[in-house]
Design a protein around this ligand. Structure first.
Ligand SMILES: O=C([O-])CC(=O)C(=O)O
Ligand SMILES: [Mg+2]
Length: 194
């Protein structure tokens, strides 16, 4: 199985079933949700973690030029929601590099633009208050979001329920378990009659 086949198969599954396949662990805190108010978000890609000071996005600006197609930017913003770390401009720059979404333990802004761009962003909140850009930050090492440790290259999945993280070394095993769980649930649905 190629990496893109594996990611495509994960993207076809509810994130709930992927969480189930990891003993219901490695699911990000429910306070981090899609910032689009309407349904239909789906994100699957490889993590680029960065840890920043609360309310400060210098690290994000430094990491964006290194993003590659299929990457998901994962930001430990210390859970601080008083300032937005990204908005439509940073999202647009990242999209242009092939980045497929953001997960932030922090706030964001320009939510309607993000929805119109159909760019998946999962965050703890929204605020019009912009960020500072002083640092410090830490990149190229693991970062924690919503109590889950995310290593560079881990698989990050998001849908309307929220976000789960699959350690890359376990991806093939978790995929098979999650597909089996999904198939079992589809069978149960048919038995129930919907
Ligand atoms: O001003 C910023 O740094 C964040 C922002 O709104 C954007 O990226 O659009
Ligand atoms: Mg903006």
């Amino acid at each position: 199985m190629t990496e893109s086949e594996l990611i495509e198969r994960f993207a076809a599954l509810p994130v709930a079933n992927v969480g189930d396949a990891m003993d219901r662990l490695n699911v990000v805190d429910s306070g981090i949700q899609s910032v689009w108010p309407s349904a239909g978000v789906r994100m699957a890609g490889r993590a680029v973690p960065v840890t920043v000071a609360g309310g400060d996005n210098l690290g994000i600006h430094e990491v964006i030029p290194t993003l590659e197609p299929g990457d998901v930017l994962v930001v430990n913003g210390q859970g601080a929601t008083h300032r937005a770390l990204i908005g439509e401009l940073i999202a647009g720059r990242s999209m242009a590099r092939g980045c497929v979404g953001f997960v932030l333990d922090a706030s964001v802004r320009d939510a309607v633009d993000l929805e119109q761009m159909r760019f998946p962003v999962f965050a703890r909140g929204t605020t019009p208050a912009g960020p500072y850009r002083n640092g410090p930050f830490q990149a190229e090492v693991a970062a924690a979001v919503g109590t889950v440790v995310v290593n560079p290259g881990d698989l990050v999945l998001g849908d309307d329920d929220g976000v789960a993280v699959v350690p890359w070394s376990r991806a093939a095993e978790v995929l098979l378990k999650a597909e089996a769980k999904h198939a079992a649930e589809m069978k149960q649905r048919a038995e129930i009659g919907f």
